[in-house]
Design a protein around this ligand. Structure first.
Ligand code: B12
Ligand code: SF4
Length: 449
């Protein structure tokens, strides 16, 4: 059968991201089928129309990575775009349309209805192979765990995938060039799952709580392949790279042994870490550390059930600086128990974090399947009927989101190393211009103060 996989993600904030999810979906499909990836960052509607006519796929898979930009101060919403794409395809072809992806998995039934596809595959894309077999045999694919249709009434959480995870990366794929020219960045996964329990976070519902580790040598081989394909930087897409300390150290050592020479970055939790942790990672090429810090008030960190304290944050920050790394911290303000006092504590703490960039979000998006969702229902802030596809943000009892944003903007003043929200169109245009001039990587290091 011929299978067309579409990445409709044309968002360029903070920069365009390579559609790695589709490499895994393609890697799961048996070699008897022909798979083609259409990345709408490089393919026009006319070209897509030509592909539909000439390739004539039996199945079209659409990757729904982003529902919205989770930015209360400058909201963007993508489901309508995906729906337009689906109805555009339906007006030209009778092909089976199935969607999947991280955004889809957060709210499968709502996204499926929102985009009006025929089927959706919840969770990891490796189940797409079973879906393809069912369609080929004329069987009902909703019998497969994790597959839903608009008519099926079952709610499906299939659990983590324990089979093989094969990434089909082709150095000659035409969409690579776009990412190589807009930041030189390709991406890489070293494991799936996050074992922490932060109350607002949907990542464990996307990837599971139990880590599934990729052998360090295999991760390093993929890094070598990305480098050979022209990558000048890679981002590790793991929910938190250091949630398995030993594995992250082994991966960095494997990079060094295999001769990976391009810089890389990833998300980290500022937990208590071994003394030489960042030095070992830096030796393996780590260049940028993005800490999911969220607050510098122990009260708020406990409220979020973060696996660290304020003291740990400062120790991790110093450890990364001592290893010569670029450091950024993300803050997420306005959760349960937030008050003027806790905001002031966090703002004062930020003042003490030297040589860093601050990404500050006021307002926490409520996602189903999270503790925050159940709290918001119990506190009667939402009901089980609330449409969460349209971004809904948690409102703390004693401080509004507007007040938080005003306080943050006042504190930020014109400080260049503070970015409030996603950085918006201005940030994206600066990044684009720098990429055009040949700068590569995430670029926030130029804002460090
Ligand atoms: C790493 C990451 C980033 C990095 C990416 C760096 C890079 N160079 O790649 C950075 C920090 C830049 C980033 C930015 C943003 N991100 Co982000 N990011 C992630 C993260 C942690 C991992 C994504 C990833 O690559 N995973 C690895 C790949 C292999 O997994 P995958 O894409 O999910 O694909 C698997 C399955 O989903 C499935 N699948 C995928 N496609 C398809 C298609 C079909 C047909 C099928 C069947 C299956 C399938 O199969 C794959 C293998 O199992 C996720 C959270 C998470 N844990 O998933 C958030 C996440 C995707 N990001 C999110 C958001 C919102 C954003 C931003 C909009 C934030 C902002 N305001 O700037 C931007 C958008 C950037 C862009 N241009 O699109 C949201 C999306 C949900 C939502 N609310 O819309 C997520 C889910 C986090 C969250 N808040 O919950 N992000
Ligand atoms: S450490 Fe990060 S990815 Fe893991 S649950 Fe907490 S916020 Fe989510």
């Amino acid at each position: 059968m011929r299978i067309l996989l579409i990445s409709p993600n044309t968002l360029i904030v903070p920069y365009p991201v390579y559609p790695i999810g589709l490499d895994y979906v393609a890697g799961a499909v048996s070699k008897e089928h022909e798979v083609h990836i259409a990345d709408l960052n490089i393919i026009s509607r006319d070209e897509l129309e030509k592909t539909l006519a000439e390739f004539s796929p039996a199945i079209i898979g659409i990757s729904c990575r982003n529902i919205d930009n989770t930015d209360a101060s400058d909201p963007l919403y993508f489901i309508k775009e995906y729906k337009k794409l689906v109805s555009w395809i339906k007006s030209r072809s009778k092909t089976v349309i199935v969607c999947g992806g991280s955004g889809f998995t957060i709210m499968p039934e709502f996204v499926l209805a929102g985009v009006d596809a025929d089927y959706g595959i919840v969770g990891e894309g490796e189940r797409f192979a079973l879906f393809v077999d069912a369609i080929k045999k004329g069987e009902d694919p909703t019998e497969i765990s994790g597959v839903i249709s608009q008519n099926s009434s079952k709610k499906q959480q299939p659990g983590p995938w324990h089979g093989e995870m094969v990434r089909e990366f082709h150095s000659e794929a035409i969409h690579n060039q776009f990412y190589l020219e807009t930041g030189g960045m390709l991406n890489l996964q070293s494991k799936r799952g996050c074992s922490f329990n932060c109350i607002y976070c949907p990542y464990p519902s996307i990837e599971g709580r139990k880590h599934r580790l990729v052998e360090p040598e295999k991760v390093a081989q993929m890094a070598v392949d990305l480098q050979a394909a022209g990558a000048r930087y890679f981002f590790i897409t793991d929910s938190a790279f250091n949630s398995d300390i030993d594995h992250s150290l082994a991966v960095a050592k494997a990079f060094k042994e295999k001769g990976v020479s391009i810089p890389w970055g990833g998300f980290f939790a500022p937990t208590r870490l071994p003394a030489d942790y960042f030095a070992t990672l830096a030796d393996g090429g780590l260049n940028h550390v993005e800490f999911g810090t969220e607050a510098l008030s122990d009260y708020m960190l406990r409220s979020y059930r973060k696996p660290f304290t304020v003291k740990d944050v400062f120790a991790a920050h110093q450890g990364a600086l001592d290893a010569g790394l670029h450091v950024a911290h993300y803050f997420l303000l306005g959760g349960p128990g937030e008050s003027k006092a806790s905001i002031a504590e966090t703002m004062d703490g930020i003042d003490k974090l030297k040589k860093t960039v601050i990404f500050c979000f006021a307002g926490i998006r409520i996602y189903p399947q999270t503790t925050l969702y159940h709290m918001a229902i119990e506190e009667k802030k939402i009901t089980s009927e609330t449409d969460l596809l349209q971004p809904v943000f948690y409102e703390a009892d004693s401080i509004s989101r507007d007040t938080i944003e005003t306080l943050v903007r006042k504190k930020c003043d014109k400080r260049i190393n503070w970015i409030i929200g996603s950085g918006g169109a201005v940030g994206a245009s600066t990044v684009r211009k720098m990429h055009e001039r040949g700068y590569y990587g995430p670029l926030w290091e130029y804002l460090i103060r």
